[in-house]
Design a protein around this ligand. Structure first.
Ligand code: URA
Length: 258
């Protein structure tokens, strides 16, 4: 394998960056500084160092992506940009998204080339929790919250939802809260809604049914106007990661998930 590719898949993220680092003399192969990105190395036996730290070869890759609203979770779409449009071409080979988020939903989306990892996070028996932050038109009283927590019907012929956790942070009027949020950018709130009650909070679910959060909240009379996934299992979205950006998961973060 080429040295620049080794570094790109193992940790540096793009071949361009890998090549720059190699040319700058930051990379050693078996103790010797190498400044030629194209040399062939043996990924399983050669010792590669970046700034004197050994780089482990990672065939499996795991990315955290901060999905912005407005893109589709799919590889290709005739009418819309997709989550893959945000990835550098060096990084998309063989990777796929773990689960999906709606076009208007923001937040944490994982990518990998590791089928077992995907299965472990997605298989219903493991009940991996996903936490969402929402703004919704409507209000949530004690009874609504209990229904959400205990299981609720979200579609004819569908099983009740599994127990969930709901945490309300704030109630108010849309008009008052508009200043604090950028939800108006994603949804055309008509002026007739300006006096409506609005609620924001967190809903944590352990399933992954289509539009589940929106449908659960709709069942208690709340219309979601903003949705962001905050965490999956023990992994929380890195808030320093700007919308539309991605980074590799650290070894520790991968371990938290499997
Ligand atoms: N629930 C939804 O309603 N939408 C998402 O994108 C994710 C969970």
């Amino acid at each position: 394998m080429r040295l620049d590719k080794f570094l790109a898949v193992s940790f540096i993220e793009t071949r361009k960056k890998s090549r720059d680092y190699i040319k700058e003399g930051k990379v050693k192969v078996n103790g010797e500084v190498i400044t030629e990105p194209a040399i062939e190395i043996k990924e399983n036996t050669d010792i590669i160092e970046y700034l004197d730290k050994v780089v482990a070869y990672r065939e499996k890759v795991y990315y955290m992506f901060h999905k912005p609203a407005g893109c589709i979770t799919a590889r290709k779409d005739a009418d819309n940009i997709t989550v893959f449009d945000f990835f550098h071409e060096d990084n998309i080979n063989g990777i796929f998204h773990v689960g999906r988020l709606d076009k208007d939903t923001e937040g944490l989306l994982l990518f990998t080339n590791d089928g077992d990892f995907d299965h472990q996070l997605m298989c219903p028996e493991r009940h991996v929790e996903k936490k969402y932050f929402f703004w919704a038109l409507g209000s949530l009283d004690e009874e609504d919250r209990k229904r959400l927590e205990n299981g609720i019907s979200i579609g004819e012929g569908e099983a009740l939802t599994k127990p969930a956790k709901i945490e309300v942070i704030k109630y108010g009027k849309y008009e008052e809260l508009e200043k604090e949020t950028d939800i108006g950018k994603f949804y055309n709130i008509e002026s007739k809604h300006y006096n409506q009650p609005i609620v924001c909070g967190y809903l944590t679910i352990s399933e992954g049914r289509k539009h589940q959060v929106k449908r659960m909240l709709k069942s208690v009379g709340c219309y979601v106007v903003y949705l962001k996934r905050i965490s999956i299992g023990e992994l929380t979205l890195d808030e320093t990661l700007e919308k539309g950006h991605y980074r590799m998961l650290t070894e520790e973060e991968v371990q938290k998930l499997i």
